[in-house]
Write a protein that binds this ligand. Structure first.
Ligand code: HEC
Length: 166
């Protein structure tokens, strides 16, 4: 009898340990609350691919995937879209637009991430994290860039909230 009670307890314990993992798993990425609430994406939204006005539709689950890549690989330095090692070069839309060349399209962001450059575009920079193709595929890096761009366009406080004195 005691033995069975022990087994039920173990089962419940395991259940409560596994539940949060299941909720956070990628299978649920499509319902990411940040994406619906702060990126305001439920239906696919168009993002500029290049300066010529070409666009592509990004669905909610792609933003969720991009957000996960961002959290895993960029958040340490870019929490909330700020740039901790250099707050003057944040991921806000204004800063992305002010760079040379501008970094406010998916392809220009991808180009930057494949080879980060200084803000005036004259030299390579070693401060940001370079993403070779062997690490993130074209599709993955576009999801990441799409997330950054949409966050810069719509997420409240993105890129500046931490440094109001900027
Ligand atoms: C080790 C810290 C660090 C990590 C990790 C990092 N970055 Fe950066 N990032 C920086 C710094 C510092 C700059 C400014 C570099 C410069 O201008 O010389 C920067 C600049 C940028 C810019 C240009 C912003 C602008 O206004 O022009 C983008 C876009 C960017 N990072 C995206 C990312 C993404 C996406 C990731 C994750 C794959 C990432 N960074 C990871 C430190 C980091």
């Amino acid at each position: 009898m005691q033995h069975r009670f022990f087994r039920v307890c173990l089962f419940l314990l395991a259940l409560f340990m596994v539940l949060p993992l299941a909720i956070a798993s990628p299978a649920y990425a499509a319902t990411d609350a940040y994406v619906t609430r702060y990126l305001r994406v439920t239906e696919p939204v168009p993002l500029a691919l290049d300066e010529q006005g070409k666009t592509r539709l990004f669905p909610a689950d792609e933003f969720a995937a991009g957000k996960q890549l961002f959290e895993r690989n960029c958040l340490n330095c870019h929490v909330g879209g700020a740039t901790l090692p250099d707050p003057t070069v944040s991921l806000s839309l204004a800063d992305l637009q002010g760079a040379t060349p501008r970094r406010d399209t998916v392809s220009s962001l991808v180009a930057y991430l494949r080879q980060p450059m200084t803000y005036n575009g004259t030299e390579e920079t070693f401060w940001c994290r370079q993403i070779p193709e062997s690490w993130l595929s074209q599709a993955q890096i576009e999801s990441l860039a799409g997330f950054v761009l949409r966050a810069a366009q719509t997420a409240p406080g993105w890129g500046g909230a931490l440094f109001p004195e900027k």
